[in-house]
Design a protein around this ligand. Structure first.
Ligand code: HEM
Length: 422
């Protein structure tokens, strides 16, 4: 006979304030205190079940058990995801839409983006070498924005790129914000979506020509799973779903600078062994906080480890906490890239960009691309440029999502130390 357990309960009637205060650590703090990988709490008046760890990730990414429809709150849809985006779909419709992304994540296409990005790095290095000080976060957002637009087949000139980067940046900088900041994010998304929709229309009508093999062309003429051309609003949302996260890699780029500053002995190891760069990048993705959790709703009642998940219950999977789970990682709060030399990765034990099989679940289709873009960054920072990191507040607070360093990473006296590659 199957035993039934009661899901442990968090203290207090409503924990919204603790949720906002503890941010990334809200779930893992309670998992530690209650000594459990599952607990129930109340956030913004809603009952929520929080789960974390490898086994929890495996159950969460079982698409027979969980749905993404009507899960994300409007405030997230209106800033981060966009309406009717791949993130909000289930089953056949989801897998069909997901292919749109996976089709452009081939090695060939990723290499193309890497080449484009290197050219932008070179141009940026020329510019930065003339400045006394740069704000690295702002600079690399712009660099990535230019690379992303060129990659999809619609290059933006300098002035356009400055406007576009502001619109894209605000979408991932404000999803957790309230008040004016949230509305700024919403307005920028509306504006960009409208412009993208117009572009989609013009390309479809032949008024704007883009190369047939470009990503933009592929997206503009994509069909839904019933064979109809996707609605132009949806195409606009999904194009932004490529551009926005590429620009968001800027946050990981800041973490690379921070790790080089916080752990200077790592430079020696990086210079000694070529494999070490991969371990270093993986450890950045594990150690620093980026995505706190992902959310889904129970499709139909089921039991897991004796706990009943009722239909319609909102469930949060602890992303940050799973990457800091002492059952999976020795000394999880220490920065130790070497751990990845012997790491046996499966689809559920290291989940900075989601878990499961990327073709089936909602796991991030841009994971490999992100890793490769981070490797280029590391190569530039270590081998192609000299810079100083002046005294500044590089602190990241666990209550700020996403956790952009307070100072936005000032660099001083940036100089090229290798010949220009182009
Ligand atoms: C900046 C680094 C990135 C991080 C931290 C990140 C993280 C994530 C996470 C946590 C998810 C959700 C997984 C889930 O819902 O279960 C996700 C999904 C997604 N990511 Fe990323 N991502 C990054 C970069 C990228 C890039 C570069 C792209 C595209 C070029 C991308 C496109 C997407 C899309 C389209 C989805 C939705 C997939 C789906 O619903 O099936 N991401 N990402």
């Amino acid at each position: 006979m199957e035993y039934i357990n009661e899901i442990p309960r968090d203290e207090g009637f409503d924990n919204s304030i603790s949720f906002l205060k503890e941010g990334y650590e809200f779930i893992i703090n309670r998992r530690k205190n209650l000594q459990t990988d599952i607990f129930e709490t109340r956030i913004l008046g809603k009952q929520v079940v929080c789960i974390g760890g490898e086994e929890a990730a495996e159950i969460f990414y079982d698409s027979n058990k969980f749905s993404r429809q009507k899960v994300a709150p409007n405030r997230i849809i209106e800033t981060l995801f966009g309406k009717n985006s791949v993130q909000t779909l289930d089953c056949v419709e989801h897998q069909h839409r997901k292919k749109m992304f996976l089709n452009v994540m081939t090695k060939e296409k990723i290499d193309e983006l890497l080449d484009i990005t290197k050219i932008e790095w070179e141009k940026a290095l020329d510019r930065w070498s003339e400045e006394v000080e740069i704000v690295f976060y702002e600079e690399v957002k712009l660099l990535l924005c230019k690379a992303a637009f060129k990659w999809i087949g619609y290059p933006a000139h300098e002035e356009q790129a400055k406007k576009l980067v502001e619109e894209l940046g605000v979408m991932f900088e404000t999803p957790a914000a309230f008040g004016p900041q949230h509305w700024a994010g919403r307005n920028k998304r509306n504006r960009m979506e409208k412009n993208m929709e117009e572009l989609v229309e013009k390309i479809r009508a032949g008024k704007v020509q883009v190369q047939e093999e470009s990503i933009l062309h592929q997206f503009v003429f994509s069909k839904d799973f019933e064979g109809n051309l996707l609605h132009r609003e949806t195409v606009a949302v999904e194009i932004i779903n490529i551009l926005r996260p590429i620009v968001a890699i800027s946050i990981y780029m800041c973490f690379i600078v921070m790790a080089l500053a916080q752990f200077p002995h790592e430079r020696v190891k990086l210079k000694k062994t070529s494999d070490y760069a991969h371990f270093f990048i993986q450890e950045i993705r594990r150690y620093y906080p980026f995505f706190p959790f992902v959310a889904a709703k129970v499709k139909a009642e089921f039991t897991w480890n004796g706990y009943t998940f009722k239909e319609g219950t909102l469930v949060l999977l602890d992303i940050y906490g799973t990457n800091h789970d002492p059952k999976l990682w020795n000394n999880p709060d220490e920065f130790q890239p070497e751990r990845f030399a012997s790491w046996q990765e499966n689809r559920y034990n290291f989940i900075p960009q989601g878990g499961g099989d990327v073709e089936i679940t909602h796991r991030c289709p841009g994971e490999q691309l992100t890793i490769e873009m981070m490797k280029i960054t590391l190569d530039y920072l270590l081998n192609k440029m000299d810079f100083e990191i002046p005294e500044q507040d590089l602190y990241i607070t666990m209550d700020r999502i996403p956790s952009i360093p307070k100072s936005k990473v000032f660099l001083k006296n940036v100089r090229r130390i290798r010949e220009r590659i182009h």
